[in-house]
Design a protein around this ligand. Structure first.
Ligand code: CDP
Ligand code: CDP
Length: 228
């Protein structure tokens, strides 16, 4: 469909990217691609196989023999690592606290970007991550950069954890988020950065619906332009 566009959503941890990306994709009937899940899956495998996370070539070799697929199901996205469903396993603290060390390697990013571009080759796609607007989909018709204060983001993770049945320390969450943002922003290879042509939305005091609404507005304008 000529009128289908690509929507890139970037931003720091817990800014609400995946939640609104899913909602926007559903509204438009587009596919949703969670690029963070791909880095998380590789990190999980590296931890299991005890590959040194500083060993870039070792990780490249590991990735070369690894299939990571994102399947759309009625219950949302399923992440497959080789033949195993790792949808929940890639969200553990263990993976969360190591993923940025894997994602900082240039050669790992090159291969991930190649795979992500292949997944998005059909348009009609909403993709979220850290480098989507800058590197993965530089031609995306809509680019969004979501931000929120670190306090608000820690609070969101805290509430998310409560729903899953465990209490976490707010200070620890804040520390974990700030540390991951720092590594992601300071790495040399495609760091977390707002693309020059991205629209920044501060979600600190917005509901999920309000954020989705704004992105859908941008999308419908872009779709109209596309149709001309
Ligand atoms: O959902 P959350 O904000 O916790 O993180 P995520 O989107 O699942 O991403 C996990 C990690 O993967 C990030 O902290 C980055 O280190 C890395 N990542 C990346 O480098 N580039 C992307 N396009 C997506 C994720
Ligand atoms: O993908 P990312 O790490 O950027 O964030 P997320 O996992 O989509 O969102 C983190 C949490 O914040 C989720 O539990 C959302 O329900 C909540 N939230 C939000 O995403 N946006 C708001 N405006 C308010 C809350």
């Amino acid at each position: 469909n000529q009128r289908e566009i690509a929507i890139a959503i970037d931003g720091p941890a817990a800014a609400g990217k995946s939640t609104v990306a899913k909602m926007v994709a559903e509204k438009l009937g587009y596919i949703y691609i969670d690029t963070g899940a791909m880095y998380r899956a590789l990190t999980m495998k590296a931890l299991i196989e005890r590959v040194d996370l500083e060993d870039e070539n070792g990780l490249v070799e590991l990735l070369g023999g690894t299939a990571i697929t994102l399947e759309q199901s009625v219950n949302g996205q399923i992440v497959m690592l080789d033949d195993r469903d790792v949808t929940l396993d890639i969200r553990t603290n263990e993976v969360t606290n190591h993923v940025s060390y894997v994602a900082k390697h240039r050669k790992i990013r090159q291969e991930m970007v190649r795979r992500q571009q292949e997944l998005a080759s059909d348009r009609g796609v909403v993709m979220d991550g850290r480098d989507i607007g800058t590197h993965v989909l530089p031609e995306a018709e809509v680019k969004i950069f979501l931000v929120a204060t670190v306090e608000e983001r820690a609070k969101r993770r805290y509430e998310e954890n409560l729903k899953k049945g465990f209490t976490s320390s707010m200070d620890e969450l804040k520390e974990e988020i700030a540390q991951r943002d720092q590594i992601d922003s300071e790495r040399e290879a495609s760091p977390l950065l707002k693309a020059a042509d991205a629209k920044e939305i501060d979600t600190t005091s917005l509901t999920i619906e309000q954020v989705a609404e704004r992105i859908l507005d941008e999308a419908s304008q872009a779709i109209t332009r596309q149709g001309r």
